[in-house]
Design a protein around this ligand. Sequence first.
Ligand SMILES: Nc1nc2c(ncn2[C@@H]2O[C@H](COP(=O)(O)OP(=O)(O)OP(=O)(O)O)[C@@H](O)[C@H]2O)c(=O)[nH]1
Ligand SMILES: [Mg+2]
Length: 611
Amino acid sequence: MKASNIRNIAIIAHVDHGKTTLIDSIFKQSGMVRENQQLGERVMDSNDLERERGITILAKCTAIEWEGTKINIIDTPGHADFGGEVERVLDMADGAILLVDAAEGPLPQTKFVLGKALKLGMRPILLINKIDRPDARPDEVHNEVFDLFASLDANDEQLDFPTLYASGRDGWCAESLDAPRENLHPLLELVLRHVPPPQVDANGPFKMLTTLLEADPYLGRVLTGKVYSGAAKVNMSVKSLDVTGDHVESFRLTKLLTFNGIERVPANEVIAGDIICVAGMKATSVADTVCSPEVKEPIPAHPVDPPTMAVTITVNDSPYAGLEGKKLTSTMIATRLKAEAETNVAIRVTESANKDAFELAGRGELQLGVLIETMRREGFELSVSRPRVLFKEEDGQKLEPYEEVIVDVDDEYTGAVMDKLTQRKAEMTDMRPSGGGKTRLTFRAPSRGLIGYQGQFLTDTRGTGLMNRLFHSYGPYKGDIGGRRNGALISTDKGPAVAYAIFNLQDRGVMFIEHQTPVYQGMIVGEHSRENDLDINVLKGKKLTNIRASGSDEAVTLVPPRRMSLEEMMSWINEDELVEVTPRSLRLRKRHLTPQERELAKKAEKKKGAE
Ligand SMILES: Nc1nc2c(ncn2[C@@H]2O[C@H](COP(=O)(O)OP(=O)(O)OP(=O)(O)O)[C@@H](O)[C@H]2O)c(=O)[nH]1
Ligand SMILES: [Mg+2]
């Protein structure tokens, strides 16, 4: 095989526009799946959290063969929190397929990933996807994408992008809307014609830029990346250089792998232009160059955007600590977080002076939430603070992160959304009808003001609104932002909650617990309908003097409790509150559990403010 017989493409898009599903169909049609092999849905989304949440979290590679050419395909995550990953993996690709939902049109992440691809000089292929949707509006979407290319300063060659119309799920694409809808061959043929083969030096010394890192149970550290020059054989001696050119380590390539369909296969030799995996190193990480010993200069790698948001993680010290988890100590938490920071370049971990608290910084609530959720499944117990944005100081000016927010709502709710976002110091930059009685509003908003807004947004739009957010830039600090949620309902006692007590208290607000939920003093059991916190006793049942009373006790009708995801909980809490994360439970609590401690803390806070 030669580099001219290889194509490396990344599939990029906004979240949910159908990247992973398209790859399923490509698999089926490229002969990579054996006749009798059962192919599930979204095969590339292989980890548990990806399958449960229905989103791609980690970029992954796969390869197919088409008319004698090997096409390496990189599936990328569409959610904005994982944008750093997309930016890096584009280094492996020589071309990109930009997917845009035929109904939704370009959304914030479309703009972000397209901007990155154009900057790298790629000439993306546009695939207007989900044409089967009854609300598809392909012609309009095509125009919107053209405008987007233009606004991102695409050059003439890039503006002249080829377009395909497709339903990835149904497995077809076509060059025009009235062409026959048969299969995905037009896409594969276009990739061969339009995407250049990797521009590499086949005869130079071996050089590979590492892009993805994973820990394999058998192979140890495995790095995936593109070979930029030369070839390598198993057992060859190599070294690695970091971005600045410093020597990281010298080692032997104990294993080489290439991609083949859903699988990775061992190879004796790898060549320039291919995307491969190597093993054998101990310290080499993402963005390092693995190369022959004589190489002096590393391959330039793209710096990843710095974190904009952080939470503080501490040990779980609630009365229920240790009941579910096995990994409780700050030493264990520290080891795990540091290991994560090593493989996950978008995350940064810092330890407090006395080593009992950790700042976990990343790109957004979802990215932080995914790590916390993963740790919880590994048996950890943790306390998590409210996320806060990371400020920057430039020329003596305080700066904070801003996001672009695109909201699609039924016309009747535009007023409510504009009111609330303005209160949170957002500025509207665009407003236009988006068809079917809906309006698309675009804002620029300080990230700080958006924390915890999702719940409000869903309430204000009766659950029908769609909101998309993307980091925009750092800008001047916007001053105080109000918009505090209502107070908390706090349990005064420890034990299982009683239906009868909840029943009597449910007009005080929205409950988060139900009959028999174990609670403790200082645990938050609901949201008060007023602004202040309220201590309530959810254990005080009717005296259970006889069986009948107990039976009727359970028969009282309760309003169903509000259930929140980890990320929702994280942004619901205030500074003086925590999310208690254990393997089987998620609880909300006051940082200080007794009213006396809370009073003292409040006084101390006031005193600090007055000084
Ligand atoms: N109607 C329709 N739905 C589709 C099509 N392709 C995918 N979907 C649906 O869109 C949703 C998202 O599909 P995915 O393939 O996970 O999208 P993705 O772009 O990989 O999403 P992320 O990786 O999270 O960014 C799923 O519910 C799919 O069933 C299509 O061609 N038509
Ligand atoms: Mg996906």
